[in-house]
Each structure stands twice: as C-alpha cells, then as structure tokens.
Design a protein around this ligand. Structure first.
Ligand code: PGA
Ligand code: ZN
Length: 406
C-alpha cells in the first residue's frame, strides 16, 4: 500500500484576487492530490478559522508534513483525527482551517489517484464504507443569478437570488435551464438600462433594485421559456447575519430597519407573492426565535436552509435539529476543516431527513472537489453560483462530465 511521501503548500490566487493556499500531497507510488482552499465573504461566526496564508504554508510544509509523511493515505479517519488533535482548538485556529482542509482533501485525492478510480467513487466508499455500486444520483443545480449583500457592489441587502429547476429534471437539461434563464435575465436588464456587471458568484449586480424588483426580473427571465412554479422555482440566500445590527435587520435599499417579527412579515409577503421554495439563513444565526418561528410557519412547504447557523459543524447541527430550526443544510467542507467531519455532518443531516446542499464559497477556484463530494454523498442539490465564471462552471462542468459518461 502506498504511503504519503511529501506534503507541500504554495500560495495561489482565488477568484477575488486574494491569496489562498494550495496543498500537494504525493504518495510513494507517484500518485498526486492537489487541493486549493476557497474563502467566504459572509462567514458564519462559528466557522473554522483560517490562519494567514504564509503562516498556513509554513504549517503545512513543516508542522503537518513532519507528522503525516509516512502515514497511510487510505485511512482518512486517522489522518483527520491527527490533524484535529494536533490543532487542539474547537475552531482550528492554531493550525488554521485552511491548512487543515487543504491537507485533508488533498490526501483523499491522492488516494483516489493511487486506486485509479474517480474521486467521487473513492469519496463514496469513504462515506458509506461500501464500494460504490453503479447508481449515481445527480444533484439539482441551484443557480445564483442575481447578487447582493457582501457579494456585490449594489445596495441589495439579501445576498443571493436563485433559480432552481424542478427536482426530476435531468442534470444536462437543468444546466441548460440555468444558462437560458441567465441570458434572458441579461437581456431584460440591458433592455431596461440596468448594468450587467457580475458579483462574486457570477450573478448580475444591478444598482437600484429592491427585493421585489429583483424577483420580478428573474421571474420574467424564467417565464420566457419556462413555467415558474412548475418547471423552475425561486430561492434566496438572505444571509441575514450580514445586515443584522443591534437587534435589527437593516434593509438599506428600502430605508427600513426591521425587528425579527417585522422581517417575518416581510417574508410572509414575499412567500405569498413569489414561487419561492428555498430560503437560506432567513435570520441571524443567534436569532433562534426568528428561526424557530419561521420553521414552524414554513417547514412544510419550503426548504428552510441553515448555512451560517450550523457551518457544517455536527455539534451545531445537532442543536438545530433538537430546536427544530431548519429542514435543509448547506455543506461547505472549509467551514469545518476536515473531510471526516464533513461526512459526519452529512450523515447527521440525513438521519434527520434534511435536504443536503453541497456548496462553493464566494471566493473560490477552478477546483471541483465539491462536485465529486456532492455525487459521493448523493446530495440533493449543488450550489455553485451562476453558470458563468471559471470557478463557478468548473463545478457544474465536472458533474456534467460524469453525467455524460454514464
Ligand atoms: P460565502 O457566501 O462563501 O461568502 O460565505 C456563500 C453563502 O453564504 O452561501
Ligand atoms: Zn449562505
């Protein structure tokens, strides 16, 4: 069996032009795994903490490498256990979430390379403990076509305005739908003299819109070819923590500050008016009253999606399940730091019958690890922004590649 021969990190740029790290793991049979680390802009408070890039490189090249060289790359649990124990903090702040994640995922990639199997097959074996049978479940893509919040330079408070093809749509057709709606939206914006510059996740970021007008545009763009509410649905990532200040939600484009109850009324109106089936982070992660009331009112007809609330952390998810705060979860490996903890999180979500949405970050790379992860755990959805920009389409194209090969 091959052993880990070298582990080395280097500095690379992410899609926002910020430095991040990429780690290369080489095995003694010459197999290789290379893993860059993505970065969020609207991060949850309990996410794994990254250390500064040069420090992360030093930690990977020295501290981590010293301990893991010679180890068995197929024992992912042991590798991750060593990383977590070496760090010794609850939020990975000593070695850094970035150092740890890049090593954890690069080891898995090198192991898959050594076995000469597809990454998703290898990850599926790790996840389920069984060899992957021939069946593949493809995730439904969720396209973020209009950007606001911390991902855009406009004044929209809500972060992501999304279109979601109906669940039984084959992956290639779902992708085509996202592309068509995106281009229709571009035309409609141009027709009405709005800018078509794009935000961090590839969605348009026109100035001067409020939530209703944004959703009207998207609905119109989808209606050109599709039946909204039947072929395709709408969703939003509110990322409410990013505009929560001193107990109020600041909807600056409308010059209003809302209490938890008033924000709930705001949503009531939106949910009556639009074909929304997906609401992510509708309240700040510590506003459990808001989450709980929202869940009570809408969990039977909506995906109430926890991102910042649980940050891919099994302990925080257990609390959210107990308190009945969400019925769907975002999975971002870099929020927790290791592959093993990511799997643990997905298993817990599955046990609680929650929908699983594997997600990119707003600062990302052309890497497509999360696509293989989504296939390996049979995620219900994958969220990778608009169907434009290299780092966004890399994820969609990887799933399309597997789809076309079968
Ligand atoms: P982030 O945003 O990567 O900037 O955290 C993505 C999200 O909130 O879903
Ligand atoms: Zn989110």
């Amino acid at each position: 069996m091959a052993k880990i021969e070298t582990i080395s990190a280097r500095k690379i740029l992410n899609s926002r032009g910020q430095w991040t790290i990429e780690t290369k793991v080489v095995l003694d049979d010459d197999s290789v795994g290379i893993q860059p680390v993505p970065n969020g802009a609207s991060e949850g408070e309990n996410e794994a903490v990254d250390v500064e890039v040069d420090k992360a490189i030093d930690i990977v090249n020295n501290t981590i490498s010293d301990v893991l060289v010679g180890k068995d790359p197929f024992d992912q649990k042991e590798i991750d256990k060593i990383l977590v124990e070496m760090d010794g903090t609850p939020n990975k702040s000593r070695l850094g979430g970035n150092s740890i994640l890049s090593v954890s995922l690069a080891v898995a990639k090198a192991a898959a390379d050594s076995e000469e199997i597809e990454l998703y097959e290898y990850l599926s074996e790790l996840y389920s403990g069984k060899e992957k049978n021939g069946d593949i479940t493809y995730p439904t893509p969720i396209f973020n076509v209009l950007n606001g919040g911390k991902h855009a330079q406009n004044k929209l408070s809500f972060q992501e305005f999304m279109v979601i093809p109906a669940l039984n749509t084959p992956f290639d057709r779902a992708l085509e739908m996202g592309v068509n709606i995106y281009h229709n939206l571009e035309e409609l914006l141009v027709d009405e003299d709005f800018e078509t510059a794009v935000g961090d996740e590839g969605g348009f970021e026109p100035q001067g819109l409020c939530c209703d007008v944004a959703l009207d545009f998207i609905k119109k763009a989808a209606n050109v070819q599709y039946d909204v509410g039947n072929d395709v649905f709408l969703g939003m990532d509110i990322a409410a923590g990013s505009f929560y200040k001193d107990g109020k939600y600041d909807i600056n484009e409308e010059n209003i500050e809302l209490t938890t109850e008033e924000l709930m009324e705001y949503y009531n109106r939106m949910l009556t008016k639009y074909e929304l089936i997906y609401m992510e982070d509708p309240f700040y992660e510590k506003d459990h009253k808001g989450w709980s009331d929202f869940y009570k009112s809408y969990s039977d007809r909506l995906m109430v999606v926890a991102d910042d609330l649980v940050v891919t952390n099994p302990a925080l998810l257990a609390e959210a399940i107990k308190k009945k705060l969400a019925n769907a979860v975002i999975v971002k490996p870099n929020q927790v730091g290791t592959l093993t903890e990511t799997f643990e999180f997905v298993k817990l979500a599955r046990k609680a019958k929650m929908n699983v949405i594997v997600s990119h970050r707003s600062g990302d790379n052309v890497d497509s690890f999360i696509s293989d992860l989504a296939l390996a755990v049979s995620a219900d959805f994958i969220k990778s922004g608009a169907p434009v920009r290299g780092e966004r389409v890399a994820k969609y194209n990887r799933i399309l590649e597997v789809f076309q090969d079968h």
